[in-house]
Design a protein around this ligand. Sequence first.
Ligand code: RB5
Length: 147
Amino acid sequence: MKIAIGCDHAGPALKSEILAHLDEKGVEYIDLGIQEGEKADYPDKAKEVCGKVISGECDLAVLICGTGIGMSMSANKIKGIRAACCSDYFSAKYTRAHNDANVLCIGARVVGAGLAIELVDVFLETEFEGGRHQRRIDKIAAIEAES
Ligand code: RB5
């Protein structure tokens, strides 16, 4: 399991807390920035980070902006990306189990570090259940192909 992670200027502090946690757990990651004091527009960072999932270099990704919403809107424009903006444990778990989400978006101005870490953990640990859910994922892909 290798993840890509990135944020805009609302997210460096939360990203650092998440990275420290991933280090403790021994989870491999690519940190695509930004760092404290830098600025980035969330669509640019979403594109860069999601590119690592689309290329197969990373299995999953985490994106952080102020609300998590700008990142999720941007990420979901990319073919093959299923991004979920989550601020509760249940959604972070079931967007993996049922939607096969491959990107977790978090609002650094919405959730604290403790909850954010729980969201990341459950997102990384939960497997897609497949079965009837695969048919629905295929329908998402069909909508994407039509647009
Ligand atoms: C940046 O100030 C802020 O607009 C951005 O992080 C995010 O919340 C957008 O969705």
